[in-house]
Design a binder for this molecule. Structure first.
Ligand code: NAD
Length: 264
């Protein structure tokens, strides 16, 4: 099915480098015919994202810091001017001070709580509203979450709260935009080695634990996430909205690791 995204175009927010989840999704959407515009956060990342965007024949690469609403507005105004309409929007943006992604949640600060929420949660709704204006014929929006929003994970702390709120936003936005035939879903990714992923305290322990105890007995890949991104952005999932779609080798279904003898 190489042409699933033929004739569709959209914005991908959150490529930092070729390990980014956003890049895994971008590559797959491009392979299936999508036309992609990108945002990048800060000049330092431009040199990394430019060659990646070129690999997907994209020449729309726009600066955007979601803490600066003027830069967000500029992105959507530019897309309106260049394309008029879009079909999909992928939000793969998250940040929290890494000094607070370790130790106890109880010790986290108010300042970082607010910043984490604005960048990792509210930025989705803020852009979703603007994206919907460019989707007169319907469309699909996808954000990235993690199971640490549902359950307490070591060191994930305030990011867990941001993901819980983000998942709730997915459901509210699905209702807001459903009558416009705009679908809103999240991919809940298993731990994967990215810049953001590495910022979480003792990330190696999380990767190893997931690999060892998930039903599939492995971590997740950018290709796994790309495939699910394709499903949610394309017409393969036209009846799906407000969902949290796990791509985590099944880790979220276990209550307790299987004893070693049963894993062999
Ligand atoms: P990544 O570091 O490649 O991507 C994070 C992106 O967020 C970067 O492109 C960064 O520039 C962007 N960003 C941060 N602050 C920003 C701001 N103020 N304005 C604009 N952009 C900003 O890491 P990733 O793991 O690919 O993260 C993408 C998403 O996936 C995040 O929401 C993350 O929480 C989520 N996620 C990651 C994992 C994992 O294990 N890596 C698991 C589940 C969910």
């Amino acid at each position: 099915m190489p042409g699933l995204m033929e004739g569709k175009r959209g914005l991908i927010m959150g490529v930092a480098n070729d390990h980014s989840i956003a890049w895994g999704i971008a590559k797959t959407l491009h392979q299936h015919g999508a036309q992609i515009a990108y945002t990048y956060q800060g000049d330092a990342l431009l040199k990394r994202i430019k060659p990646l965007a070129e690999q997907t024949n994209s020449d729309i690469i726009l600066p955007c810091d979601v803490e600066d609403i003027a830069s967000v507005d500029k992105v959507w105004a530019t897309l309106k001017e260049k394309w008029g309409t879009i079909d999909f929007f992928v939000h793969a943006v998250g940040f929290s001070d890494k000094n607070e992604l370790k130790g106890r949640f109880a010790d986290n600060t108010r300042e970082n709580f607010v910043r984490t929420m604005v960048i990792s949660c509210f930025s989705f709704a803020e852009s979703a509203k603007r994206a919907a204006e460019l989707m007169p014929n319907g469309g699909s929006m996808v954000t990235l979450t993690y199971n640490g929003g549902d359950r307490a994970m070591p060191n994930y702390n305030v990011m867990g709260l941001a993901k819980a709120a983000l998942e709730s936003s997915v459901r509210y936005l699905a209702v807001d935009f459903g009558h416009q035939k705009i679908r809103v879903n999240a991919i809940s990714a298993g731990p994967i080695r990215t810049l953001a992923g590495a910022g979480i305290g003792d990330a190696r322990y999380m990767f190893a634990f997931q690999q060892k105890y998930s039903p599939l007995g492995r971590g997740v890949t950018l290709e796994d996430l790309g495939g699910s991104g394709l499903y949610l952005c394309s017409d393969l999932s036209t009846g799906v909205t407000g969902e949290i779609h796990f791509v985590d080798s099944g880790y979220n279904v276990i209550a307790m690791p299987q004893p070693a003898a049963l894993r062999e």
